[in-house]
Design a protein around this ligand. Structure first.
Ligand code: SF4
Ligand code: SF4
Length: 315
């Protein structure tokens, strides 16, 4: 087993997750994503570099960080501490001196051995619930070699492995991963290529081709549809998504409708991205808000009875 993989950072290892695949899951979040969805629920996983989270609510304005910062990225203005990320060199000195944990790293290096050892601590929960480990992010396919190696090692430990991805990557990356992955959780955000390119900045055709190739390869797939107000929640959007998935129905494990939620607001603040967060005034959707999409997917042959259709993911 390769012991050290540099440059891939982990933002979180979340235990007892019930919505990232079957049973109790431990979800490993990799830091880095080729997409920039403006509603992203995990903005700390977009940038592959380590970032500093600054929590103004914990800051007592003691000024210790101002004293140690060599680039003058931090300054005091009256009783306020101002952090200019543009001149921050990410040296971390301010984190070391902050006794209030108001400044923290997002993203830590972990060896694959360390991850495997940590997730194996929950093995009895996987066994009793039919669960396992989900590799998420960010996007694991942004780090194809690392993800392949991590999946291989997890499989070697006889763990159920799910990989959550937007499938915007070379087909060969997914193809190689198939042998080590029990389940792919693939995001499908819209069927409108122009909108996909304009808002997400990349090609929907690549995603569609990858989904279809995975289906042809016999991979086990759940497609996840995030429902985002103003982006993909029109009747036309729902019809197009249901029509496309309906054609693949017999070869998909299922579809999970994921209603938009606004819980990520604090993360945007901690990362200094609050001003550019477009969904700061958008309220979370409730399951009843996505019922029209659920109806269309039911008409296309998916059903909640056998979990081939869920709102919120498997529980
Ligand atoms: S990480 Fe270094 S450069 Fe950035 S604010 Fe902290 S002390 Fe200053
Ligand atoms: S060291 Fe921590 S508590 Fe003190 S001013 Fe800096 S961020 Fe605030």
């Amino acid at each position: 087993m390769e012991l050290k993989k540099k440059n891939v950072l982990i933002t979180n290892i979340q235990r007892y997750s019930l919505q990232d695949g079957p049973g109790f899951r431990t979800t490993v979040f990799l830091k880095g994503c080729p997409l920039r969805c403006p509603w992203c629920h995990n903005p700390e996983t977009q940038d592959s570099a380590r970032e500093i989270q600054f929590d103004l609510e914990k800051c007592t304005a003691c000024g210790a960080c101002v004293q140690v910062c060599l680039t003058k990225a931090i300054c005091r203005v009256g009783n306020n501490i101002i952090f200019n990320r543009e001149v921050c060199s990410r040296c971390g000195l301010c984190i070391e001196v902050c006794s209030n944990s108001a400044r923290e790293w997002s993203g830590q290096e972990m060896t694959i051995d360390e991850i495997v050892t940590e997730v194996k601590g929950d093995e009895m929960f996987y066994t009793s619930s039919g669960g396992g480990v989900t590799i998420s992010g960010g996007d694991p396919l942004y780090f194809p070699q690392y993800t392949k190696e991590l999946s291989r090692c997890l499989k070697e430990e006889l763990l159920h492995v799910a990989v959550e991805t937007a499938a915007f990557c070379k087909w060969s990356y997914l193809e190689e991963l198939c042998q080590y992955t029990n389940l792919f959780l693939i995001d499908l955000k819209t069927m409108d290529s122009e909108k996909y390119r304009k808002v997400i900045g990349t090609s929907l055709e690549v995603v569609q081709q990858n989904i279809e190739r995975l289906v042809d390869a016999g991979a086990s797939i759940r497609v996840r549809v995030p429902v985002i107000p103003g982006f993909n929640d029109s009747e036309g959007d729902y019809e197009a998504i249901a029509a496309y998935l309906g054609k693949l129905r017999n070869r998909l494990k299922g579809v999970d409708i994921l209603p938009f939620h606004s819980y990520a607001w604090k993360k945007y603040k901690l990362l200094g991205r609050w001003d550019c967060y477009q969904y700061k005034n958008t309220e979370s959707l409730q399951p009843e808000d996505v019922i029209d999409l659920a109806k269309k997917l039911k008409e296309a042959g998916f059903t909640t009875a056998n979990s081939s259709l869920t709102i919120g993911g498997l529980t």
